[in-house]
Design a protein. Structure first.
Length: 55
């Protein structure tokens, strides 16, 4: 892995797409596990803003 000085736009977009995929998979898993847990996720109002990514 190269040392990153500036965040690449491509890298940021790839990361965002990957996180969206992971989130969708997690939501699918939670639907399988139970609707209640899924509703807890949906109850959170933030729709994944692109700038502030949770770390």
């Amino acid at each position: 892995m190269a040392i990153k000085t500036k965040p690449n736009i491509k890298d940021i977009n790839a990361q965002r797409l990957f996180e969206l995929k992971v989130r969708k998979l997690r939501i699918k898993d939670k639907i399988k596990m139970g609707v209640v847990k899924y509703e807890k996720i949906v109850a959170k109002p933030q729709p994944c803003p692109p700038q502030s990514v949770k770390r």
